[in-house]
Design a binder for this molecule. Structure first.
Ligand code: FES
Length: 72
């Protein structure tokens, strides 16, 4: 297990989360264990494997315009 979890954005694609294994909790409180060091979470909304990215972002032309705001 990594010391720290690291979250980064993939340009016009998913959120890459490194530092697993992870426990994902859905809106109903359901927990899912993910025994991987790195996961890619969909942020385009088009993945058929939500919450994970399946690469569909490139087919739907997803463009992410947001950037992190310093000082928040
Ligand atoms: S970000 Fe990759 S399928 Fe949504």
């Amino acid at each position: 297990m990594a010391d720290r979890t690291h979250i980064s954005t993939y340009e016009n694609g998913p959120l890459l989360v490194t530092g697993g294994p992870f426990v994902l909790v859905d809106a109903d409180g359901g927990e899912f264990s993910v025994e991987k060091e790195t996961i890619a979470l969909c942020r385009c909304g088009a993945s058929t494997k939500k919450p994970f990215c399946d690469g569909t972002h490139s087919k739907v032309g997803f463009r992410a315009v947001e950037r992190a705001v310093r000082g928040s």
